[in-house]
Design a protein around this ligand. Sequence first.
Ligand SMILES: CC(=O)SCCNC(=O)CCNC(=O)[C@H](O)C(C)(C)COP(=O)(O)OP(=O)(O)OC[C@H]1O[C@@H](n2cnc3c(N)ncnc32)[C@H](O)[C@@H]1OP(=O)(O)O
Ligand SMILES: CC(C)C(=O)C(=O)O
Ligand SMILES: [Mg+2]
Length: 510
Amino acid sequence: MTRRIYIFDTTLRDGEQSPGVSLNTGEKLQIARQLARLGVDVIEAGFPVASPGDFEAVRAIAREVRGVTVAGLARTSFHDIDRAWEALREAEQPRIHTFIATSDIHLQHKLRMSREQVIEAAAAAVRRAKGYVSDVEFSAEDASRSEPDFLCRVLETAIAAGATVINIPDTVGYAVPGEFARFIGEIRQRVAGMEKVVLSVHCHDDLGLAVANSLAAVAAGAGQVEGAINGIGERAGNVSLEEVVMALYTRRDQFDCTTGVHTEEIYRTSRLVSNLTGMPVQPNKAVVGKNAFAHEAGIHQDGVLKERTTYEIMNPKMVGISQSSLVLGKHSGRHAFRDRLAELGYDLSGDELNKAFGRFKNLADKKKDITDADLEAIVEDELRPVPVTYGLDYLHISSGTTVVPTATVGLKKGDELLEEAACGNGPVDAICRAVDKVTGVPCTLVSWGINAVTAGKDAIGEVTLKITENGGKPYIGRGISTDILEASAKAYVNAVNKLLWETGRVKGEN
Ligand SMILES: CC(=O)SCCNC(=O)CCNC(=O)[C@H](O)C(C)(C)COP(=O)(O)OP(=O)(O)OC[C@H]1O[C@@H](n2cnc3c(N)ncnc32)[C@H](O)[C@@H]1OP(=O)(O)O
Ligand SMILES: CC(C)C(=O)C(=O)O
Ligand SMILES: [Mg+2]
């Protein structure tokens, strides 16, 4: 029978333990509201004894957020538990979550307690919490490095004292999946009363295994998974809840489990958490990264255009992303290029398409992100009906504060390469003079302007300039390049070509 897995979100407690993250009450409330919309079963709102601010945040969430269990963390000390209850008392479904470490390393070096003392503290804490609420979670911190016999004794004691949820944290992300699954299986078998409570896991990502360990635990019978949105948390973070939820859904054939999560809210939740915590989401992060549903490779793009599922195992809509994106770059192919141009209103085929595609590939070699504006500039340039009498073959500039600007240009006229060099007041002036020498048509540069067609350091510059011959009709030329001097040269040559064409000095083919 399909099992229901409870999703326990600790973004606001363990997630907030990420170095550099501190959320105020208002921010925590916003995230808690969104978590409720997302449909998690439990929101661990904070550690009330940690600070007055944390206490207030837990209290505000407990007061306002409905339809979800609100938990507060507490050490085994009665003061922590009392504060947790004070913060949680207005919650619709309060849960006190108390914990103590069970590994010898922690007992000896951190707690400086004997095993018997830990057992007593665990029992007393659960009883104390039980005096306030019916729903008490007990965690054996560093469980995965604890000696199994002792761990089982602690867990049995907590259950006998009234714990309703037993959590097995892999606190330092030490476990590996097969071992962790066996560990969970052993706990289920050996601990008396385990069948009456929810068995939970809480995995950290120090070895990048938090998702694998959580899933292995679910397969071994765990009924609750604890984690944080975007996988934030102490050190390398907690398990990323969205990854666990989507893995359980996408591979339901393997797990036969459901959750109460409304997956379409995942992306929105991820953005909110990232924005309010100031922790960016890496682009290649599973499920919510910027590239999670983006395709750049031509073969993949072609596949996705023909049938999305060729390269997507999840529908982006399922996680709240409206559609996958085909990112145009140097690895893209004609199918995706033509598709994007069609979206922009350009219907190119045959030779036109090939030429524009060639220019796009050249640009993509120079520029990381090709935007729609880049494409428009390329296509417009390609479709411009001016015969190319002269074409820029190469350009060399020598310029600086202590040298006379000098330009050497190579222009192609048919198969012929014509080369000239000239000095000028500045590099653009030098380019114009060198071009004039090649064409034999001395022109005057009337105006010159540049626009960044696209944003960023590697933006394309579009140079638009105006020339005249002997003060006659002005001709406008336009050139684009990531190099503004190259764009200037192209623009100047473009204007000269127009002049030659319109004054009937050349016959060309468009
Ligand atoms: C695995 C986890 O994520 S556990 C949760 C970790 N989160 C946090 O620590 C964030 C919030 N913490 C805090 O604000 C502070 O640490 C406080 C308020 C809880 C405690 O602050 P302080 O009283 O100054 O103690 P400090 O943090 O320096 O040391 C922790 C003390 O708690 C003890 N302790 C640790 N865990 C437990 C526990 N589960 N039960 C009882 N005592 C514990 C330690 O042994 C140490 O005791 P000592 O002072 O007798 O040596
Ligand atoms: C408090 C417990 C559950 C914890 O965060 C951990 O052990 O990682
Ligand atoms: Mg933790």
